[in-house]
Design a protein. Structure first.
Length: 225
């Protein structure tokens, strides 16, 4: 099992970027402080909430939620950094300051409003809907969309990008599926991004994620699209 990208990689594997995920093999959420782990299991009473952690405290929030039994996901990628005068690959957040938590509405409310240790945590709001009080509700992401996002970003590939629409030059409107390679199983649309053919997937109201280069032989148009 591949561990979550914001914690230690187990069994001596320090770069799992070439490993794809099957539909039933998503990474565990593991606390970097205590080693506590939580597995992702679909639950009809839970939803994917998007939280914003201010001042770079995503790791602190992640540890707290995991130790409380909540599955969280933070997308990361490897990047080259100069550390102590030497170039090395390190993990950095793909979408700064955001973490995704699979939990109930009641638990999400507790985390945001009733836990002093998480005073820096807030909802990422849905700006296209209004609740009964005419306010924007917390944004939630469907399991289907999150599963696709996790499958793509768990590769931790250094060429993953968090992109703006203007950076994506789509080849067609077809929805495709990657059928081989590190991004096998990922669904999205083929686009030219940073001069390369890639597959772009969306996270509702959060943004677009671009895979690394995908050769045409690894791309299949989905039937019925």
């Amino acid at each position: 099992m591949i561990t979550l990208s914001n914690v230690e990689i187990r069994e001596g594997v320090d770069n799992p970027s070439g490993v794809g995920l099957t539909s039933d093999a998503f990474p565990e959420a593991v606390s970097s402080k205590t080693g506590v782990s939580v597995k992702y299991v679909h639950d009809p009473v839970k939803k994917w909430y998007v939280f914003r952690a201010s001042y770079g405290r995503v790791a602190k929030a992640s540890d707290f939620l995991i130790e409380d039994g909540t599955y969280i996901y933070v997308a990361k990628r490897y990047t080259d950094k100069i550390v102590d005068g030497r170039r090395k690959k390190v993990l950095e957040e793909l979408i700064p300051n955001l973490l995704f938590a699979y939990t109930t509405a009641e638990k999400a409310e507790v985390y945001v409003k009733h836990v002093p240790e998480l005073s820096f945590l807030s909802y990422y709001y849905n700006h296209f809907e209004l609740d009964e009080n005419q306010k924007n509700p917390p944004l939630t992401i469907s399991c289907k969309e999150m599963d696709n996002f996790i499958r793509a970003t768990s590769t931790q590939n250094e060429h993953l990008l968090f992109v703006k629409p203007a950076q994506c030059h789509y080849r067609s409107g077809d929805v495709v599926k990657v059928i081989d390679g590190a991004f096998k199983g990922v669904e999205g649309r083929v686009a030219r991004v940073a001069g390369q053919q890639r597959v772009v997937l969306s996270i509702s109201q959060v943004g677009l994620i671009s895979t690394a280069y995908i050769p045409s032989a690894f791309i299949e148009v989905k039937n019925g699209q």
